[in-house]
Design a binder for this molecule. Structure first.
Ligand code: SAH
Length: 232
């Protein structure tokens, strides 16, 4: 079973949205597991402190390396093969390719930062891979971890209804997805494109591919450039 372990100061945030819909049904059905562990259990002193002021001064608080090390070691012993991730705006951008790699493994261990972030030494000492979900700053890593888990879990075997759904989606081919339509045939004077109702599957596939390229060129030329030279 694919296992997710989350280290957080707010374990009550989980499973949250991951307890509903596809991910939630998969969780209830034993297709994956989620354990949210409270970092504060490893906090120091009477107040279970997990953070302290930044060395060198500056605003906010920094999560202590010794506390985080204890939390990580209790959750994932050295022989645990799962990647150890730190949600971080400085991290490598999360991509569908990266999601596929996580899904192919045994699961993930995710450390969620709070305050100004974590002491740099824990990243080195526990070989944490920093992952970002975008170029903006959240107040904590929990929502970022949920985004990562949601992207992974929907790809696990047995979660999505049709085994093939997912393969034609945005980013899987290096393109954004083509436009989708459903009933009614006419909506406020806007018709579904004729080609989609004609039943010629080769023609439909070509139309969809062309629209996908067009959309990608208009909105995300960086994706087309990255795709350049690849087979697909
Ligand atoms: N001072 C830090 C930001 C800390 S935000 C900086 O400037 O880089 C607090 C926590 O929220 C971070 O430790 C991280 O776990 C999480 N976080 C914030 N933005 C994120 C993003 N874009 N992707 C992933 N995690 C993020």
């Amino acid at each position: 079973m694919w296992r997710a372990t989350i280290l957080t100061l707010f374990p009550e945030m989980f499973p949250g949205p991951l307890g509903l819909s596809l991910a939630g049904e998969g969780l209830a059905g034993g297709l994956w597991s989620l354990e949210a562990r409270n970092i504060r259990a490893h906090g120091l002193g009477r107040h279970r402190a997990v953070d302290d002021t930044p060395a060198g001064g500056g605003p906010g608080m920094v999560m202590r390396a010794d506390v985080l090390a204890a939390a990580i070691d209790a959750a994932a012993p050295a022989d645990d093969a799962r990647p150890r991730l730190l949600m971080s705006p400085r991290g490598a951008p999360l991509t569908q390719k990266r999601v596929r790699e996580f899904v192919a493994g045994e699961g993930v261990v995710i450390l969620c930062g709070r305050f100004e972030g974590v002491d740099e030494r824990i990243i080195e000492a526990r070989a944490l891979q920093e992952i970002s979900i975008g170029d903006y700053v959240l107040s904590g890593g929990e929502i970022a971890a949920m985004a990562l888990l949601d992207a992974c879990v929907r790809l696990l075997p047995g979660i999505m209804g049709e085994a093939t759904s997912g393969e034609e989606e945005s980013f899987e081919s290096g393109l954004l997805e083509y436009p989708q339509y459903t009933r009614p045939r006419d909506f406020e004077g806007r018709a579904i494109p004729d080609v989609l109702l004609g039943g010629d599957h080769a023609k439909i596939a070509r139309w969809r591919h062309d629209r996908a390229v067009e959309l990608t060129r208009a909105r995300r030329p960086d994706l087309l450039a990255r795709r350049g030279g690849e087979e697909r």
